[in-house]
Each structure stands twice: as structure tokens, then as C-alpha cells.
Design a protein around this ligand. Structure first.
Ligand SMILES: O=C[C@H](O)[C@H](O)[C@H](O)COP(=O)(O)O
Length: 222
């Protein structure tokens, strides 16, 4: 199976994770090519959702194009489920996210949700996070100093060329970190002035991962 076929497989499998509610559920929807497959699958069972809270302009546009209502995060107090992809996921459900520059809004929507359902193809499963460059959304003014802080930890930070997030900020991609304690590193980086959001999702880790493998969907619970 190709990577696109695996993404389509887990996109469809995630439909079963939507709570059954009279009038449909309000769900959180992430960003990326795997989530695009989920949104396309969702369009075939629109009655299951009343509305979606989306983590990016791109996902909002795709949802609306399918006739699915989008509401702002500020309009909801909690969500039963948030469905999103990942760039890497470790054996405990910790993730690296932000390859598509949507990490900040993704963490905001994930924070509203009771459950984070990660959908990913098998290539995203790793033993230790950090082979994928760690995305960090920063205030531009602080980028050089944040880069020096990463260098002190053994990482190399580079500005992602030509990219500005939906929030108007640049992204640093940090290579060379072996993230053996994701929760500690997330907490540390969150203390640095000028960091808007770090793409380590340890505090907001996956509750379950639907992993697309050539043998089918593997369900991993954390
Ligand atoms: O900013 C983007 C997100 O964190 C995505 O969920 C992540 O990059 C995975 O994307 P894809 O499903 O395209 O591999």
C-alpha cells in the first residue's frame, strides 16, 4: 500500500471515533494530508457532526467546501474528541507536530478535547522523538536567541524559509535533538521568552493512535 492509501485508510477509520450524539457532535479537526483524508471521509457521513473546530485556515476551507460548519475555538468549552495527524509518535503517545506549521492552533484545540485521536501512517512511529526536525513557532524578534538556546542543547535551529503561520509568526526547525524526555523538554522550551509554541505534544499527547500499516489499521492506546 502507498503512503496515500494508508492515510486514506486511517482517515476512514477515525470516523468510528466520533461520539454518537443527537444532532451530531462538535469535534476538533487538525491539519495536514492525513487529516485531509479524514475530512473527505467525514463528508460522506455529515450527519455525525454538527460542527467542527479547526486548527488551520486550510482545514476550515476544506471542511466548508464539503458543507461542514466550522465554529471558532472561543465558541466551545470542550470537545469530546480531537482528530489530527503527527510527524512522529513514540511508544507512549508523545508526538512531534508542526510539519505543516499549524502546531499552535493544534495545541489550542487539543487542549479543549477529552481525547486526542492521532491518525498516522506507519512511517510516523519512532522509538525516540527527534529525527523529524522539531518545529517551534516563535516571535521573530527572539529567533536568534532561541536558536542559541537550542545550540546549547545540541540542536541546530533554522528558520523555515518562506513560511509564516496562520498567526503571523515564523517557524524554527530544530535538528539534532534526541528527545528522550518529551515532557521535560516541552516544559523547558515553553519557559523561553519569544516561544509561541513548541511542536512537542507531551502534555497533550495522543489518547489513541490509529496507525495505518500494510496489514491494516493498528489501534494503539496510551
Ligand atoms: O502542522 C501540521 C501538523 O502538525 C500535521 O498534523 C503534521 O505535520 C502531519 O501532517 P501529515 O498528515 O501531512 O503528515
Amino acid at each position: 500500500m502507498t503512503s496515500d492509501e494508508l492515510k486514506a485508510l486511517v482517515g476512514r477509520a477515525a470516523l468510528a471515533e466520533i461520539p454518537e450524539l443527537p444532532g451530531g457532535a462538535v469535534i476538533g479537526v487538525g491539519t495536514g494530508s492525513t487529516v485531509n483524508c479524514f475530512i473527505d471521509a467525514l463528508a460522506t457521513v455529515k450527519h455525525k457532526v454538527r460542527a467542527a473546530v479547526s486548527s488551520s485556515e486550510a482545514s476550515s476551507a476544506r471542511l466548508r467546501a464539503h458543507g461542514i460548519a466550522v465554529v471558532e475555538a472561543a465558541e466551545v468549552e470542550r470537545l469530546g474528541v480531537y482528530i489530527d495527524g503527527a510527524d512522529e509518535i513514540d511508544p507512549r503517545g508523545h508526538m512531534i507536530k508542526g510539519g505543516g506549521a499549524a502546531l499552535t492552533r493544534e495545541k489550542i484545540v487539543a487542549d479543549l478535547a477529552d481525547r486526542f485521536v492521532c491518525i498516522a501512517d506507519a512511517s510516523k512511529r519512532v522509538e525516540v522523538l527527534g529525527r523529524f526536525p522539531l518545529p517551534v513557532e516563535v516571535i521573530g524578534h527572539a529567533a536568534a536567541q532561541i536558536g542559541r538556546r537550542f545550540a546549547a542543547l545540541g540542536g541546530t535551529a533554522t528558520l523555515r524559509a518562506g513560511v509564516t503561520t496562520d498567526n503571523g509568526h515564523p517557524i524554527l526547525d530544530v535538528r539534532g535533538l534526541a528527545i528522550t524526555d518529551p515532557a521535560a523538554l516541552e516544559a523547558e522550551i515553553n519557559q523561553w521568552p519569544g516561544v509561541v509554541c513548541v511542536g512537542i505534544f507531551a502534555r497533550h499527547k495522543a489518547s489513541v493512535c490509529l496507525l495505518g500499516t500494510p496489514q491494516g489499521v493498528e489501534t494503539l492506546r496510551y
